[in-house]
Design a protein around this ligand. Sequence first.
Ligand SMILES: *Cc1c(COP(=O)(O)O)cnc(C)c1O
Length: 458
Amino acid sequence: MITRKILLTEDEMPRQWYNILADIKMNPPLGPDGKPIGPDSLSKVFPMNLIEQEVSQERWIDIPEPVLDILRIWRPSPLVRATFLEKALNTPAKIYFKNESVSPPGSHKPNTAVAQAYYNKEFGIEKITTETGAGQWGSALSFACSHFGLECKVYMVRISFDQKPYRKSMMATWGGNCVASPSTETKAGRDILEKDPDTPGSLGIAISEAIEAAVSDESGKTRYSLGSVLNHVMLHQTIVGLEAKKQLEKVGDYPDVIIGCAGGGSNFAGIAFPFVHDKINGKEIDIYPVEPVGCPTLTKAPFVYDHGDIARYTPLLPMHSLGHAFVPPPIHAGGLRYHGMAPTVSQLVTEGIIEPRAVNQIDAYRAGIILARSEGIIPAPETNHALACVIEEALKAKEEGKEKVILFNWSGHGLLDLVAYDKYLANEMQNIELDESEIEESEKVFADFPKPEIIKNR
Ligand SMILES: *Cc1c(COP(=O)(O)O)cnc(C)c1O
């Protein structure tokens, strides 16, 4: 009998996060003067303890006990051997997934939300502001803030605010306060509304609003929190890959292929970075971040310095970017609608250590249906992008007659995204592709910015 769920006891949970900055050199973030920024320049945006973590070069960083306590509500998460999918595809590949849909908010996001809420509380902060796309991050942070008695204010991308009412209910249930972005509460929001009153909104706009709301609070007790992209967020997510490594050891396997969907890069980084460490040290693994064709940051956009938000409040980050003013088309995978990408993930792509793939919306949902009907869990729209790639790789293994070990991150469930499934099942879903001229136009915004150096770590 094949063991389906490979479980760790709570004692076996990793006690440290893995920091990839110990193993790769990166271009520094730059300030408005084009010079590398010092930690102090971010002190109104983030608490200093998280800023220190953002720039730390320590390979292993202890997970504080109070964070572990809350993570234990659902962690360690199961590593599942997808036997029913293997059978449905008739593949010799062994397919494993980390099931991050088992957290209370239903995705991987509370792995960092809990840690960030803890560090803010430790620093004496009373209120956290943030943005959210489809609402997963806003609900994860609301959940985390409720544990530490912090106020949580969420700017939610308008198209999702209108299409996904239940995540608002989750935020409210955990005590969070959510408004549609762009809103009239901030200057950034009002400026956009004046130019384009019917905008569907974007993560870039919502980030501007949340940062402005944090830094303009004169009490000094409010900070901003980002659910992806930054180094410390990738760090917190590595618990996923570190658990997976231990779990695979228990059954004597090691991955040949690792797959995760990539919006800002965090769930991908979480499962992949502990193995990227091995790859840098000589292991052979194919590692694929998967993004939507409708927002092709890694596959189509150049590696540049750009801002993380439309109002240019963030420092210049070295990353693949479609341009900070780019408003992605309204694809259903709200969590994958971001113009930029984690600098760490971007750096690995420029070096060819990981290889980005892009999947269109209909193929993603087709894969989601195959998984729902085999493994049972209805996947998040974002996860569906990873699944399309998993299926492709499993069928390739079949063609080649190879018993490959495929590991992927099941980043969340889709129980609050069923409207999109209805559309797919009624044949009403459309693929969204950008034309090259649209991308060229949106990329003009960073033409005059400094260019990152090409750094080789391998
Ligand atoms: C937010 C989200 C994503 C995308 O964000 P990353 O930072 O790239 O992980 C993917 N899947 C789910 C379920 C999400 O909620």
